[in-house]
Write a protein that binds this ligand. Structure first.
Ligand code: GNR
Ligand code: NI
Length: 180
């Protein structure tokens, strides 16, 4: 972390439905450098400001495979995690239900069923391969974020009726905002 120039970090704009960028497949990083670190720090700042527990780079318009997560609650100390090129390497058979939301689909929440435990492999900011078993909300969140890297949203796990209703509402809202 750059402790001397925190003021150069910035809060980026989060894109929302129906922005077509949200449907793009993000590109793996082949080179982790200062720009990667700066982007990850901006993502953390943007996520804390929102506030959210996770963020994928595509949500700030950058189609690179970078994810940030922090599950610390309330006044607990920050617990930032940065995942570069994250991959699910296994999933548990048992499933878990969580009420999910997404910063790119504001004010909409619905229960999603996903594997309750996952094995995840990723690169840290020094480019070192790392593996960990995640469960609970961490497992749900990393699956939600890796979906973003593949152009997928949590509404894609719902019925077609629910999904199309949400997309229609956001599309209408965006059209109204253009007309204003
Ligand atoms: O802030 C967020 N909360 C959340 C709650 C349940 C399951 C997933 C999430 S991720 C979301 C932030 C976000 O949109 N990340 O992509
Ligand atoms: Ni999301």
């Amino acid at each position: 972390m750059n402790h001397y120039l925190p003021s150069i970090m910035s809060i980026r704009t989060i894109i929302s439905l129906p922005d077509p960028l949200l449907r793009k497949v993000s590109t793996p990083l082949t080179n982790i450098d200062g720009a990667t670190k700066a982007l990850a720090l901006d993502m953390l700042e943007t996520m804390y400001d929102a506030p959210g527990i996770g963020l994928a780079a595509v949500q700030i318009g950058i189609t690179q495979r970078i994810v940030t997560v922090d599950l610390a609650r309330g006044d607990d100390p920050k617990d930032p995690h940065i995942f570069i090129n994250p991959e699910i390497i296994w999933t548990s058979d048992d499933m878990n239900e969580y009420e999910e939301g997404c910063l790119s689909i504001p004010d909409y929440h619905e229960i999603v069923v996903r594997p309750s435990k996952v094995g995840v492999r990723w690169l840290d900011l020094d480019g070192n391969p790392t593996e960990r078993e995640l469960d609970g909300l961490f497992a749900t969140c990393i699956q939600h974020e890796i979906d973003h890297l593949n152009g997928k949203l949590f509404i894609d796990h719902l019925s077609r009726l629910k999904r199309e209703r949400v997309i229609k509402k956001f599309t209408k809202q965006a059209r109204r905002e253009l007309d204003e």
